[in-house]
Structures are given as structure tokens and as C-alpha cells.
Write a protein that binds this ligand. Structure first.
Ligand code: DQA
Length: 146
């Protein structure tokens, strides 16, 4: 089975960007960790980051029929992109939304996700572990582990 992990705007800056909030480890380190965990569970993990809403939407459309699950951190698009939400709703592939930071204890505008209603669940506030737990949930949902 194949899972596509999508990282939205500014996540390419991980490790350098507000390290007090997002940590000092890079996106490459995160992606390697997810690929390694995926291998353990028999999941093929592909990762993609873009700063462009349309590119993320195109990848979601292309995932229909080619991927078994999505994991997405839409970055700030979480809070206002109805287009991204509609893209998630337009495909058969289920998605889990993740956030590194706890969007509920930061600025008020971050607490609301317009994309989450188009996903099966959301994991927030646990840094890299948010993604790792989402990947574990995917493996369970696909029947690879208990
Ligand atoms: C984020 C939270 C968003 O509010 C922010 O715009 C990001 C990262 C997170 O992973 O904590 O870019 O999605």
C-alpha cells in the first residue's frame, strides 16, 4: 500500500523556521523517519512539499486511484483554503490532517481548520510524533498492523 505525505507552505523551512515552535530538525529528517517507519509496516511512503496551493491540489487529485491514504499538513492553508478542503473532498483517498504545533494554544486564527472536515481525523501538537502517529493510524486502517 502507498501513502502520500503532503507538506504545505513554509514547511520546507522546518529546522530553521521558529525553532521554538517547530523544533530544530529538518523536513528531510522528518521524511526519512516516515519512510523508515513505513518500511517497518509495509507501507510505501512518498513525500511532497509545496509552497503553492495549486500544486498541492494537483497532487491530491493525482493521488486518486494511485495512493491508498493521504497524510497532510496544510500549513497556514489549514485556516482558510476552501480550495484545498474541496480537493480533499473530491477524491476517494482518505486523509489524516497533522500539525506539528498545538494549533489550539496559539493565535486564535490557528485554532480553526477549514480542511479538517474533509479528513478522517486530526493529530496536533506533538511535533514529528504527530506525523508518526498519523502513519501508524494509516497502517492500522489499512490492516497492516493492529
Ligand atoms: C502548522 C500550523 C499552522 O498554523 C502554520 O501556519 C504552519 C504549521 C503546524 O504544523 O503546526 O505552517 O500547520
Amino acid at each position: 500500500p502507498k501513502v502520500l505525505v503532503l507538506h504545505g507552505p513554509n514547511l520546507n523551512r522546518l529546522g530553521k523556521r521558529e525553532p521554538g515552535v517547530y523544533g530544530r530538525k529538518s523536513l528531510t529528517e522528518l521524511n526519512h523517519r516516515l519512510e523508515e517507519l513505513g518500511r517497518e509496516w509495509g507501507l510505501e511512503v512518498e513525500t511532497f512539499q509545496s509552497n503553492h496551493e495549486g500544486e498541492l491540489i494537483d497532487r491530491i487529485h493525482a493521488a486518486d486511484g494511485t495512493f491508498d491514504h493521504l497524510i497532510i499538513n496544510p500549513g497556514a492553508l489549514t485556516h482558510y483554503s476552501y480550495a484545498l478542503r474541496d480537493a480533499l473532498a473530491s477524491v476517494e483517498v482518505p486523509a489524516i490532517e497533522v500539525h506539528l504545533s498545538n494549533i489550539h494554544n496559539r493565535e486564535a486564527f490557528r485554532a480553526h481548520s477549514v480542511t479538517a472536515p474533509a479528513t478522517v481525523g486530526q493529530i496536533v501538537g506533538l511535533g514529528f510524533l504527530s506525523y508518526e502517529l498519523a502513519l501508524r493510524a494509516v497502517a492500522v486502517r489499512l490492516g497492516l498492523i493492529n
